[in-house]
Design a binder for this molecule. Sequence first.
Ligand code: SAH
Ligand code: SF4
Length: 363
Amino acid sequence: MSDTPVNLLDFDPEGLEAWFADRGARPFHARQVMKWIYHRDIDDFGAMTDLSKKLRAQLEQDACVELPRVLSDHSASDGTRKWLLAAGGGQAVETVFIPETDRGTLCVSSQVGCALDCAFCATGAQGFNRNLSTAEIIGQVLFANRLLKGSYGERPVSNVVMMGMGEPLANYRALVPALRLMLDPLGFELSRRRVTVSTSGLVPQMRKLADECNVALAVSLHAPNDALRDRLVPINRRHPIRELLRACWDYVQENGRHVTFEYVMLDGVNDKREHARELAALLRNRPAKVNLIPFNPFPGGQFQRTPAANIQQFQDILHNNGIRTTTRRTRGDDIAAACGQLAGQVENRVTSPLQGKTMGARG
Ligand code: SAH
Ligand code: SF4
């Protein structure tokens, strides 16, 4: 077989069974190994006592279990924890754990940087370098669970949100196996409601995800009309609001729940009363929830956070129109662990695909 050992974290359950079958082993052997890795936190094949000696020796030669390497570890005064994880070539991505009384949410990264270049996002400002592998995505969950075990019970991570660095649906191929491992009984056994993919609106991949792995969906809307959204979220020029919302309603038809619309509150830009009314008109009588996110400023950014009183007013208008709305509490402020501040260390390797002819160049 190949000389470099294969990282078993790269396989979803089906993929792992196929890999074992290729080596003349049985599907249940793959399931035994999953149990060792994800339930018992054992990576040493020699210690997997229910496998034959021969299979253990073969695994030691062909396979490995490689978790992300931690470059730094920061704790905020409110309990939020942020890790910088090595992504090779001097680069890094960030993972954030947010403990609450009834749950522990892990904010997971999907790419080194992001090509979609939203105007208010620190990750976008860095450009894009590469996609994370399945092992690098699920490795964030495995690593956090192992490290936090004890402090937060047996399974510290009860919820995963794909809201770290990167656009998860632009890394569809590695994302879906990682999601399957989060849901699988031999993986992290999370219910579909507790795993959320956040997207800026890659419509074709949203439609695929609806069929292939229908987890909870959050959509970064941020503007109630195309003129403004074109400016804030450039992918809107390719998939405008009407098309995006149609994909949202189709998505929830499959699971009978709702879509969460994220809306970052940018002072004087998208936070006026008329924006609230326009947004309400888009979402009224639809399976929608709105999550208002106070903008998190970062060095070099051009926007300001909407004052709390205006956020409240915006929220009231939505409420009065029958739209369920919450405002996100900012967490981990003292360690820059909040949404959109995750910057890691990215060496821009490519310019945004949106900066080509169809989209016009930016910055
Ligand atoms: N790429 C995906 C997921 C990662 S970003 C997406 O865009 O949905 C997670 C959320 O943080 C998104 O809603 C994003 O728009 C928001 N965000 C980005 N920069 C932010 C900032 N500076 N302040 C507040 N929220 C921000
Ligand atoms: Fe990428 Fe999301 Fe940031 Fe937009 S908000 S640049 S899609 S990470």
